[in-house]
Design a protein around this ligand. Sequence first.
Ligand code: G3I
Length: 386
Amino acid sequence: MLSIRSLAAFAAGLSVVAAAPKAKQSTSSATAPASTTTSSCQGYFEPLAPPYLNEIAQANGKMYFGTATDQPGTGEDTNILYQEILNDTRIFGQVTPANYMKFFATEPEQGVFNFTGGQVVVDIAQDHGKVLRCHNLIWNSQLSDWVTEGNWTRETLTAAMKVHIQSLITHWGGTCYAWDVINEAFASNGSFSQSIWYDVIGPDYFPLAFQFAQEAVEATGQDIKLYYNDYGIENPNNKSAAVINMVNSLKSQGIRIDGVGLEAHYVVGSGTPSLADQKAIMDAYVATGVEVALTELDIRFNPDIVNATAYALQAQNYYDSVQACMQVEKCVGITVWDFDDQYSWIPQTFPGQGSATLYNADFTRKPAYYAVADALANQPCSVCTA
Ligand code: G3I
């Protein structure tokens, strides 16, 4: 049942909830999923009721089920019901800052660090006993102007990269379960993507970044996992082969890499790899000696036109993705890339696409939420047919 606090938030702050339900929100499966005891209406307005995804994940051997969150200043931090769901560690046992640990936010001027935004999510993790994934150190997007506009040599950019990596790892230390050291370095054909790092330093920016990260982690004395994180590497293909080669190469050089993060930004239908393909590629990464995680899971509609059948297919796609992780022992956990459509990054980046997350914009739960619960419990999907 909703708490008094939830109801107050619902009544006071969430005008969107008071509006008439959108057509797409009234088309989810008519019956409450078998895995819940209290669902009663279409759209499942039970944002804080069981089943609890993190509790189920942990009961079945995973470290966490978690979510990204984009705070401060995006509206998430002033939405009381959003906060209440996010903070409920029975639902989300892990958080990732979607933006505020990135280069532009943390080192806006060379050698001048700003940890304020990132600390907001660190505090959420610490206050509510959640695992924290720290994201990210070296990427070609969301860089500071002084990086993209600098007049660099290989030596000076390598030095700047080292300072950035080591300063952030040192600052947040063991509060980070893991760092995404490098993000999205490869193109779909398996070659390096163009980036300031690759263009100026060359291909060994990759091992150098992990070497600098390793030095900083060793200095902290903490066991902070060092990950490579990317999209399009969730099934066997040229890009995932390049990642496997790189992991093997680092390991052969004695350079530490602990994990591969599979972002898992999918499209409902054929844009989601099969359970078998997702499991196969996770097994292949694990065979190199690393752990894996689904780090940014969301499954969008393209176009964003939904009905009961479409929701059921999305539920099946979520079910398969989460089940793939459940079937791989060294898949440590699953992170969704925010949990409510109101705050999803998709519509801004892919106009006309959306409805990618587990909760509708009004905080009703989609069938996909219950499909994830079933997958985490290793039960058949109760909501995957319309
Ligand atoms: O902060 C400004 C705000 O002042 C302004 O009013 C608003 C207007 O659009 O934009 C705000 O900045 C946006 C920022 O997110 C904060 O919400 C940027 O425009 C927007 O481009 C930025 O998008 C982020 C995107 O990375 C950038 O590539 C998304 O939030 C973030 O979820 C997304 O995350 C990435 C992962 O880091 C790596 N994997 C892919 C994933 C999705 O793109």
